[in-house]
Design a protein around this ligand. Structure first.
Ligand SMILES: Cc1ncc(COP(=O)(O)O)c(C=O)c1O
Length: 421
């Protein structure tokens, strides 16, 4: 579930030394590959240590919602623990209900549900790319990169464009070969910066150059939605980036997942029905993969109910908690790339070598975060990331803020002044 994009770091190790890397990370840092013995709300116990968890992506706190938990047993009693037909061979009725409700929520032409986004990228990107051209944002998530690499292995031409730069995409599209499909792959809300791309700009260019824009909004779905305003910048209904920017789905395929905001093992594509029917026979996941477990079908449906009833209240609470952390970060003069106010707050270190000591310090103070250490990220991006969820208590948020104040007394954190220089 970690949101670390395992981008191949320049000069990073491969092959057998990767084993040494994991060994080193485990030895030096208690926040890698940790065994969590118990949870209590958003507190976690590792050995005899209780920590406030700021590393999960359960942004809406649906993993702990009693109404959603209660939905599991009746559905397991009705359908057994796991469907175990691939979707092509048999679809329990709840799948159909999920796709219909999701299509309505997203305002999309249709939706196709599959187990994970990783499955979707590795099987759908090569199908959409064919032997044409894939244009990939240079900072795209590792799972997108993997899908694009498979597409290249099957004969597509792979081109990278400068991260989050519509002008750079346009230059590449102008030079792209005329034959074959053109597929543009990028993230929605970015898992490192917490910011959304200029979706309208990218969509306009894709339409102009007859390309298909393929956007992975794993972190935006459930958090951002339609009709954002000054008082409510996240927008309503959590129906993802296309609706957030009041864009249409023309030339756009949206990919999202339930494994973050909805705390369930399931993912989706929003797409035209004709393409959905094509992928049912062309993308191996629909034909061959084991489906999501029944418990996930139940928690997705109950999550959609809770989202309709009180999702906007939950998001308001999530934003209030996130702003408390961001206000503290700003008051301390720390740099974070987050300009959106969304609950992903990356805090880079000035000296990458401090990462192990910083991890130990946070662990000892009872704060659990996502550490971005080399070689998991390039040296220039070493730091840690705080993910706020609605289920974090106010007390946990206060604790995080006071530990951050202590941390910047002891370590060289990147400052907002350095970043703007
Ligand atoms: C942007 C992005 N895409 C995809 C994934 C993987 O999603 P899934 O667990 O559904 O394969 C992640 C998870 O880290 C992610 O951050």
């Amino acid at each position: 579930m970690t949101a670390i994009p395992l981008a191949p770091a320049p000069g990073s190790s491969t092959g057998s030394s990767r084993f040494d890397d994991l060994d080193r990370l485990r030895r030096l840092n208690p926040m890698y590959d940790a065994v969590i013995d118990e949870i209590d709300g958003r507190m976690i116990r590792i050995g005899d240590h209780w920590l406030a968890d700021f590393a999960s992506c359960n942004y809406l706190g649906f993993d702990l919602d009693p109404e959603i938990m209660d939905a599991v047993e009746p559905m397991v009693r009705a359908w057994g623990t796991h469907p175990s037909w691939s979707r092509l061979l048999g679809n329990p009725r709840p799948y159909i209900e999920i796709e219909e409700r999701l299509t309505e929520l997203l305002g999309a032409p249709d939706t196709l549900v599959l187990p994970t986004i990783s499955h979707i990228h590795t099987t759908v990107i090569p199908v959409l790319a064919g032997e044409g051209t894939v244009l990939m944002d240079s900072q795209a998530h590792k799972t997108i990169y993997d899908g694009c690499s498979i597409a290249r292995g099957r004969g597509a031409n792979l081109v990278r464009f400068a991260a989050n730069d519509p002008g750079a995409l346009e230059r590449e599209l102008r030079q792209a070969p005329a034959h074959g499909p053109r597929l543009v792959c990028m993230d929605g809300v970015n898992s490192m910066t917490g910011n959304a791309p200029d979706l309208a700009g990218f969509a306009r260019i894709c339409r102009e150059y007859d390309a298909l824009l393929y956007v992975d909004d794993a972190h935006g779905f459930g958090v951002i939605g339609e009709q954002p305003s000054a008082e409510n910048p996240y927008g309503l209904r959590g129906n993802s980036i296309v609706r957030h920017f009041d864009e249409s789905y023309d030339n756009v395929v949206l990919v999202g997942g339930f494994s973050k905001s909805y705390s369930s093992l399931m993912a989706f594509l929003a797409l035209p029905t004709q393409l959905k029917n094509y992928l049912k026979v062309a993308a191996p996941t629909y034909l061959y993969s084991g489906p999501s477990p029944t418990a996930s079908l139940a928690t997705v449906l109950a999550g959609l109910d809770v989202n309709e009833k009180r999702g906007d209240e939950v998001r308001a609470d999530l934003r209030r908690k996130t702003m408390k952390v961001l206000d503290t970060v700003r008051a301390l003069g720390l740099h974070t790339p987050n300009t959106s106010g969304l609950p992903i707050i990356e805090l880079p270190l000035t000296n990458p070598a401090d990462i192990d000591a910083v991890g130990e310090f946070l662990f000892a103070r009872g704060i659990y975060v996502t550490l971005a250490a080399y070689p998991l990220v390039p040296l220039s991006q070493v730091g840690f990331r705080v993910q706020v969820t609605a289920a974090n208590s106010d007390e946990e948020i206060e604790r995080l803020c006071s530990v951050l104040a202590e941390l910047c007394e002891r370590f060289d954190m990147a400052t907002s002044l350095e970043a703007s220089a």
